[in-house]
Ligand binder design. Structure first.
Ligand code: 4AD
Ligand code: MG
Length: 427
């Protein structure tokens, strides 16, 4: 039996295969908390109901000892999960000694170097399950709204998000790069399939040590033909609202474990406010920031803006000079781009970057030159503007930033099983 299915087995004798989470015993009775990955079950061992050797072993059980334990399943309100086991027999697979992560407080560095073990703790268990639900609901939403999953390559000959954060590798004698984003390929597949998305790991050689940056992160990227930047925002607010609602519906136990205030997540409903970049600059200046029109926002600026709203907020129409080469220039204001970032509430900042793509071949070519990119590398991408070019838009939602916000975590390092950071590639 798996622990999360205990309610289906009340009154029956069942076996649980797992690990000891905690134990407590008095002279006649012992309680063993066993986890099996799906949940934690309280197993009650009464001295005169099992043989002497079993009771003895129970008293010697240590944290993370692996074992199979069997007995009758009973409803018990006070037990975690509402069911407990009255134990009849037990088989120890490995009696563990010296497990490094004890219930006492440990520093983050220590926990990070024991990430392979830290994942067994209750809090990490809750976070990873919320992450899985965020990913599943992102995919469900897109699958159910006419988007086709079309995978983008990981190895690529050209940059998408600027050449300063490329990880390069040798591809049989020529340089190749790990994908920063599947977007450029998405634009090709959107012209073939209409509405598409890709979902995969993306890589940025970010030299910054912040609580929001990983060097390897997962991104879900939808792309839509015949879609302008504002329709793109309509999709994003539906999408994000759906994801948050599914987490609230399906992960209440996990949200309680990490003590998340869910009333703030309940407030995530459409429509999301849309603030022009110019206004965002004014908000920042009023808040005492020295930011000037034309400057990019860093984490601090995004925090100030997102703190002004209870819902996620779009900031749109950034200066084109601080955005990627592929963004469509606003025909009514040549200095700005038809793009929008979505900032999460509670100070979390950008979780989505997106916008309308430049669909004019000459304009795009001039942006390629202005950015110092090689025209030859982008011929295939320019072809999309030569053969049946249409207005199109898309966006990328960073999974780890979204998990950090939904779980209200102080740092993205806890949002992914094995985080890759500037100074961290082990374990
Ligand atoms: O804003 P970004 O760079 O946009 C793109 O990559 C577009 N090509 C996406 C698209 O339009 N298809 O990144 C998108 C999102 C960010 O909003 C953020 O959530 C996440 O990806 N992200 C990171 N997450 C963790 N660590 C990093 N270093 C990240 N860089 C971006
Ligand atoms: Mg961005």
């Amino acid at each position: 039996m798996y622990i999360d299915k205990a309610s289906e087995f009340a009154g029956q004798v069942q076996q649980v295969n797992g690990w000891v989470y905690d134990t407590r015993s008095s002279g006649k009775i012992a309680f063993v908390l066993v986890r099996d990955g799906t949940g934690i079950m309280q197993c009650v061992v009464v001295r005169n109901e099992v043989d002497e050797a079993t009771f003895d072993t129970v008293r010697r059980l240590t944290q993370e000892t692996s074992l199979s334990i069997s007995g009758t399943i009973h409803a018990e309100e006070r037990a975690p999960g509402g069911y407990e086991m009255h134990v009849r027999a037990m088989e120890v697979h490995q009696l563990t000694s010296g497990y490094p992560i004890t219930p006492k407080e440990h520093g983050v560095d220590f926990l990070m170097s024991n990430r392979h073990l830290w994942l067994r703790s209750k809090r990490q268990w809750a976070i990873m399950r919320i992450r899985a639900t965020i990913i599943k609901s992102a995919r469900d939403f897109l699958d159910d709204h006419g988007f086709l999953l079309v995978d983008a390559p990981i190895l690529s000959a050209n940059a998408c998000e600027g050449s300063s954060t490329l990880f390069s590798t040798d591809y049989f004698g020529t340089p190749a790069y790990l994908s920063q984003s599947g977007q450029l390929y998405n634009e090709a597949t959107a012209m073939a399939f209409g509405r598409v998305y890709c979902f995969g790991p993306t890589f940025r050689a970010e030299k910054s040590k912040t609580r929001r940056h990983l060097t390897e992160f997962w991104m879900v990227e939808p792309e839509m033909a015949y879609c302008d930047w504002s329709q793109n925002c309509d999709v994003q607010e539906q999408f994000v609202t759906y994801i948050v609602r599914k987490v609230l519906e399906q992960r209440s136990e996990e949200l309680a474990i990490i003590e998340r205030d869910t009333s703030l997540l309940e407030k995530v409903v459409t429509p999301f406010p849309r603030v022009p970049y110019d206004e965002a600059v004014q908000i920042l200046q009023k808040a005492g920031s020295s930011i000037q029109w034309g400057d990019d926002f860093g984490g601090d600026e995004e925090t100030i803006i997102s703190n002004q709203f209870e819902r996620p907020v779009f900031v749109h129409g950034y200066p084109k000079s601080i955005k990627a080469f592929y963004m469509k220039v606003n025909p009514n204001n040549q200095q700005t781009a038809l793009c929008a970032d979505l900032l999460a509430p509670e100070g979390y900042g950008e979780i989505i970057g997106g916008g309308q793509r430049e669909d004019d071949c000459d304009m795009l070519l001039s942006r390629v030159h202005a950015e110092g990119l090689s025209e030859a590398d982008y011929q295939w991408y320019l072809d999309l503007r030569r053969y049946g070019s249409v207005p199109h838009s898309g966006f990328g939602l960073g999974i780890e930033r979204t998990v950090a916000w939904v779980c209200k975590l102080p740092h993205v390092r806890e949002t992914v099983p094995f985080p890759r950071l500037l100074e961290k590639i082990y374990p």
